[in-house]
Design a protein around this ligand. Structure first.
Ligand code: ADP
Ligand code: GN1
Ligand code: MG
Length: 364
């Protein structure tokens, strides 16, 4: 069986029945594993950590285990199921939280969250509200987690001005000779340079706090319960770091409050969905349980635009740099994604007054 040797670094008993590619994440290499032991079949997720993206897997996995152990205690105290409501990391036989192979590949084994449903696109407004409440609540639960013990797994991950500078460097370097075909997208980003500084400036002026945030709040980074349909488990914990509440909000809006997939090429199909925006505001503010300041709530519309613009700039940077970061399945994948995100940014900018009016309804 594929990766049998790797699996045996974690589990010696039983027969590996299945080990196959799984999910639609852009970063890690994820496999679904089934092991049968004495007639009982157990399911796992085996992941090869993307060490181009996460340069320090020890640091990453220390964060990961610290956060999941903390969440586990909270879930147990609330009478929940710690095997389904958070990720459980299985240690290697010698007690490490991941396995570093001789070729330096880094692998982790996770308990598979049983009977889950995962979505790449919002199916009903209620589902999106539920997802919002879960991500908001995730942030609320982590409010007392000692933030100073968390290391940055990707430095400047959601530092949007830094992302802008990286884009400009990629434009200058133009290593693939792709610059000429994306001048319009480069100009689009340049016109928004001042906007990218909104949160960093607010933070420097003490107007918004840093919190422990998830930083990758895509709909497919939450698992729903097959039986109840409810949001159940926040996953993809690689980027939990200090960050801004508005960015966790905004990244979900970027991915979910749209009429098309993130890589839809026909831009006439890509429209911002204000109804879904409202559902998400309602759920997120509720999930945060009164924990958001007025300044944070007022900046939620900017969070949506910020994360969409930032992600578009990141896709464009990767396209110019030769597609070394995000997984692609066609040569134009990253530029298609960038154009898609910039279309959404334009839509959101046109709807900013409506977004503000909606947010005001939920402001304290
Ligand atoms: P990536 O960083 O590549 O997005 P994720 O950690 O999000 O990696 O995993 C990719 C996909 O694998 C998820 O979107 C989800 O569908 C599935 N997955 C990850 N962990 C689990 C788990 N513990 N149980 C069930 N499914 C999981
Ligand atoms: C990546 O890992 P995944 O697929 O859940 C990326 C996010 C982007 C997203 C765009 C660590 O998320 O920041 O917003 O793709 N994760 C990392 O779809 O860079
Ligand atoms: Mg993911």
């Amino acid at each position: 069986m594929q990766f049998e040797n790797i699996i045996r670094q974690f589990i010696t008993d039983g027969e590996v029945l299945t080990c196959e590619r799984y999910g639609s994440g852009h970063i890690n290499f994820t496999y679904y594993v089934v092991i049968e032991n004495n007639g009982v079949k157990d399911e796992y997720i085996l992941q090869k950590i993307n060490t181009v993206v996460f340069k320090d897997p020890d640091l990453l996995m220390n964060n990961y285990v610290a956060v999941t152990s903390y969440l586990k205690k909270v879930i147990i105290a609330n009478g929940g199921d710690p095997m389904r409501e958070t990720i459980n990391v299985i240690p290697t036989l010698d007690g490490k939280n991941f396995y570093r192979a001789e070729n330096d590949e880094c692998w982790r084994l996770l308990v598979f969250v049983k009977d889950n449903l995962s979505y790449d696109k919002v199916e009903t407004p209620e589902q999106f509200r539920d997802c919002a409440e879960a991500f908001g609540n995730f942030q609320y639960i982590l409010r007392e987690f000692p933030a100073e013990t968390l290391k940055e797994t990707i430095v400047n991950f959601h530092n949007t001005p830094d992302r802008y500078n990286n884009l400009m460097k990629a434009v200058e370097a133009d290593v693939c000779g792709r610059r000429a075909e994306v001048e319009a997208e480069i100009e689009f980003a340049k016109a928004r340079k001042a906007f990218t500084e909104t949160f960093e400036t607010a933070r420097e002026q003490g107007r918004i706090p840093l919190r422990v945030t998830h930083n990758d709040t895509k709909l497919n980074n939450i698992l729903f319960d097959k039986h109840t349909g409810k949001a159940m488990c926040v996953i993809d914990l690689d980027t939990i770091m200090p960050g801004y509440a508005m960015n966790d909000f905004g990244d979900s809006i970027r991915f979910g409050a749209t009429t098309a997939a993130e890589d839809e090429v026909d831009l006439s199909k890509v429209n911002f969905d204000i109804k879904l925006f409202e559902m998400y505001v309602e759920g997120f503010v509720k999930g945060c349980n009164g924990g958001l300041t007025e300044a944070e709530i007022n900046l939620l519309p900017e969070g949506a635009i910020m994360m969409t613009l930032e992600c578009g700039m990141r896709f464009l940077t990767d396209y110019l740099s030769g597609d070394t970061y995000f997984r692609i399945s066609r040569p134009s994948h990253n530029i298609d994604r960038a154009r898609n995100q910039f279309k959404l940014v334009s839509d959101m900018e046109k709807s900013i007054d409506d977004m503000r009016a909606i947010v005001a309804k939920y402001s304290k």
